[in-house]
Design a protein around this ligand. Structure first.
Ligand SMILES: [Zn+2]
Length: 389
C-alpha cells in the first residue's frame, strides 16, 4: 500500500484530546499520514515522516468526515407542492409520508438505486463519509426488504423502519400491522439491516407498540434506535434509554425526566435541525442536553418530506444559530457525535488507527462552517483513504 501525507493543514480537528489542543483536539499547521484505508500518523507538518505521495493542503482547515447517522434515502417521487404550500401558509393534506410510499412502491429497483447513489454522492461532496439510511417507504414485506437490499449496496449502516407509519393497507387494524412488522417483515428484513427503528409518536406508534417492535428486532440481532419526541412529548426517549438504544432521534419535546434519562444512560441524543427548519417548528434545545452531560449527535434526516437536505454544514450552521451550540460543539456532534450514535470508534476522529476519512475546507478554521453559512466550503474529501471529492 502506498502512503500519503496531507500536509500544510492550517488547523486540524482530530477529536482526540491526546493529539491536540482544546475541546476538539485541534492541531495547528498539521499533517496526516494515510496508509491504505487508515490514518497512521498525525502531528505538525514539520515533523511528518517521509511517504510515497504528498498532498499540500495549502493552509486549508481539516476535520474528520461527517457522520450522518439519520437519513431516509430509499424513496421515489417529489413533495415540492407540499413544502411550497406549507411555506405559503396554506394547509396541505395530500398524505405526507403516504405520498412517498405510493411513489416508492411504484418505482423500479434501478430508479431507487439511482436515487440513493445520487444523494450519497451529494452528501459526500459536502463532506459526509459515513451515512446511515433507512427503509420505511415500502411498508410491505417485499418493499421493505427491497429498500434495505438497495440501501446495503451503498452503506453498512442500514436501518429497518417498517414501523415508520402504520401502512395505509392496515389503517383499520394497526395491531395486525405490528404483527406483520415483528413477524414476516422482520424475517425478510433482518438479514439486510444492522438497526431497527420506530417512529414513536401520536399518529404513528405508541410506547407499547414501539417496545414490542424494538424488542422483536433486538431478538433478531438488530440494535434499536428510535424516532422520539419530535412532534410532542411522549414515551420515546425513555423507551430508547430503557432498551439501550444507540440513539434517540429528534428530542425536540423533552421533560426534565427525559433529559435525566439520557444523561444517565448510553443513548445518544441525535438532533435533526433540517426538520425544524423545513417545517417551521420549534428548535430542539441542544444547550439543555449538553449542559446535562448528554452525548449529542447532529444529522440531516434527509428525506423528501420534512427535511430535504443532505448538507451537514447547513445543519451545523442551524445548530449554532438556533439551538445554542458553540461552533466547536456543533462540529463535534456532526463527527464524533454521529459516530457515537452509530456505535463506531473507527470514524468521527482523526488519529492513528482510525479510518482515513478527512475533509478539507476552503477556510482557515472549522468555525467557518457556521460563520459562512450556505457557502460550499468543502474542497476535498477522503473516504477510507480514497480521494472522493
Ligand atoms: Zn427520520
Amino acid at each position: 500500500m502506498a502512503t500519503t501525507v496531507i500536509t500544510n493543514i492550517s488547523s486540524l480537528v482530530t477529536n482526540d484530546l491526546s493529539l491536540g489542543e482544546g475541546p476538539l483536539g485541534t492541531v495547528q499547521d498539521a499533517a496526516v499520514v494515510i496508509d491504505g484505508d487508515r490514518v497512521v500518523w498525525v502531528g505538525t507538518s514539520s515533523k511528518a515522516p517521509a511517504t510515497d505521495n504528498r498532498v499540500d493542503a495549502e493552509g486549508r482547515a481539516g476535520l474528520p468526515g461527517f457522520v450522518d447517522s439519520h437519513s431516509h434515502l430509499v424513496f421515489a417521487g417529489d413533495r415540492t407542492a407540499e413544502f411550497n404550500a406549507r411555506m405559503s401558509g396554506r394547509s396541505y393534506s395530500a398524505g405526507g409520508i403516504r405520498t412517498t410510499v405510493a411513489a416508492t412502491r411504484a418505482a423500479t429497483d434501478e430508479a431507487l438505486d439511482a436515487n440513493v447513489r445520487r444523494y450519497v454522492r451529494e452528501a459526500l461532496r459536502q463532506g459526509t463519509t459515513v451515512l446511515e439510511t433507512k427503509s420505511g417507504y415500502g411498508l410491505t414485506v417485499e418493499d421493505e426488504a427491497r429498500a434495505l437490499r438497495i440501501a446495503a449496496a451503498h452503506t453498512d449502516e442500514v436501518t429497518y423502519l417498517g414501523a415508520h407509519i402504520v401502512s395505509p393497507d392496515y389503517a383499520d387494524d394497526p395491531a395486525a400491522y405490528v404483527d406483520l412488522v415483528t413477524g414476516p417483515m422482520l424475517d425478510a428484513c433482518a438479514p439486510h439491516a444492522r438497526w431497527v427503528d420506530v417512529f414513536c409518536e401520536q399518529g404513528a406508534f405508541d410506547g407499547d407498540q414501539a417496545r414490542t417492535i424494538l424488542k422483536a428486532g433486538a431478538a433478531r440481532g438488530l440494535t434499536p434506535r428510535v424516532h422520539a419526541n419530535q412532534l410532542s412529548y411522549g414515551p420515546g426517549v425513555q423507551l430508547a434509554v430503557e432498551l439501550g438504544a444507540a440513539s434517540a432521534d429528534h428530542c425536540t419535546h423533552l421533560t426534565d425526566a427525559d433529559v435525566d434519562a439520557l444523561a444517565s444512560g448510553t443513548t445518544v441524543a441525535t438532533l435533526l435541525p433540517g426538520a425544524e427548519f423545513s417545517t417551521r417548528a420549534q428548535w430542539p434545545d441542544a444547550r439543555r442536553l449538553l449542559d446535562a452531560g448528554v452525548t449529542v449527535a447532529l444529522s440531516t434526516d434527509c428525506n423528501p418530506g420534512s427535511s430535504f437536505t443532505s448538507s451537514m454544514p447547513f445543519c451545523i450552521a442551524l445548530a449554532v444559530r438556533d439551538m445554542g451550540m458553540t461552533p466547536d460543539e456543533a462540529v463535534r456532534s456532526a463527527t464524533a457525535g454521529g459516530a457515537a450514535a452509530l456505535r463506531r470508534t473507527d470514524v468521527g476522529r482523526i488519529a492513528p488507527g482510525a479510518r482515513a476519512d478527512l475533509t478539507l475546507l476552503d477556510a482557515p478554521s472549522h468555525v467557518h462552517l457556521a460563520y459562512r453559512p450556505g457557502v460550499p466550503l468543502v474542497s476535498a474529501v477522503w473516504r477510507a483513504g480514497v480521494r472522493e471529492a
